[in-house]
Write a protein that binds this ligand. Structure first.
Ligand code: PBE
Length: 302
């Protein structure tokens, strides 16, 4: 089956596939004594992906090409929500699963997980998340631009907002809660800046990480008298909106690898204000109980 072609149902039916796979394992162990199905066999050679178009999915396609031992493997595409649901189900049953994962993410607060080593560095090393604004924004709205430029937080900060979103708190409320608990840090971002006016147009991809950063900076701008207008877009269209001046700013450029392609295709057409978060990461993530340490430990499909 070609998982890549299927939408969200692919993610849902994967659990059925896994269940079916479990029983195959039982049958075969009956035949061959204590021979255990390999991780690849148990997973039907499928990595659990997220939305196609995400940087991590592009990197995963590269991993499938670059690692010879991943011959015959595929990545399912569904959504981040389905991925985390499947991860949770697998962990409840102590079953194997390999997901496309990233940091910051609440799953690391919730479960014992590990990144598979990536000796070919297909997923890059440590990443940073940058704030990017349209050309002319700093001139048009210097105070708002200064706040965006000062915005800097840690993976733990972002993870805590993501966890609240996952627990069902509305994004605006989750952002307000974080600000309330971190007012000193926020005061540093707005230090010396007069109350402003006007609307700041923020673009973001509706991933929890981006929902978190965008709502936090939006609430901070609102505290300083600005209005904000939040638009959701895909990652490519988001870069394009900034490049064409339709949006003022975004806080979600994962670099250098994850969104490097988009960054390069619009380079020179926006202003990069630098990192708002250091220590991000993407890769293949598995539960700690799995006996796999490196992408190279996985076996090719027979
Ligand atoms: N993510 C979350 C995105 C960026 C933010 C890692 C899923 C991506 O892969 O493009």
């Amino acid at each position: 089956m070609n998982w890549k072609k299927l939408g969200i149902t692919a993610g849902l039916s994967l659990s059925l596939a896994l269940a079916a796979c479990g029983s195959t394992e039982d049958d075969s162990s009956g035949d061959s004594g204590d021979t255990k199905a390999s991780v690849g066999e148990q997973l039907e050679y499928t990595l659990t992906g997220i939305e196609s178009g995400a940087g991590i999915m592009v990197a995963t396609d590269n991993a499938l090409k670059d690692y010879e031992n991943l011959e015959g493997w595929e990545v399912s595409s569904s959504s981040s929500a389905v991925m985390t649901e499947q991860l949770g189900n697998a962990i409840d049953n102590e079953e194997p699963i390999i997901v496309t994962g990233w940091t910051p993410h609440w799953k690391f607060a919730e479960y014992d997980l590990k990144y598979l080593e990536d000796p070919k560095e297909v997923y890059g090393g440590t990443e940073h998340i940058n704030t990017i604004v349209r050309k002319g924004f700093e001139k048009d709205m210097p105070d708002a631009a200064k706040i965006l430029d000062n915005f800097k937080w840690s993976p733990d900060d972002m993870q805590s907002v993501m966890l609240e979103l996952q627990e069902g708190t509305e994004p605006v409320k989750a952002a307000q809660n974080w600000i309330e608990n971190n007012q000193d840090q926020v005061d540093e971002w707005t230090k010396g800046i007069e109350d402003g006016s006007g609307t700041v147009k923020l673009a973001y991809v509706p991933w929890q990480s981006e929902i978190s950063s965008t709502h936090v900076i939006s609430e901070v701008l609102k505290q300083k008298g600005f209005e904000t207008d939040l638009t959701q877009a895909g990652i490519g269209p988001m870069f394009q909106a900034i490049a064409e001046g339709d949006s003022d700013a975004m806080t979600s450029a994962w670099l250098p690898r994850t969104h490097g392609d988009h960054y390069e295709s619009f380079e020179e057409e926006f202003v990069d204000l630098g990192a708002n978060l250091e220590g991000a990461k993407i890769g293949l993530v598995v539960p700690d109980y799995m006996d796999v340490e490196s992408i190279e430990d996985l076996e090719p499909k027979e």
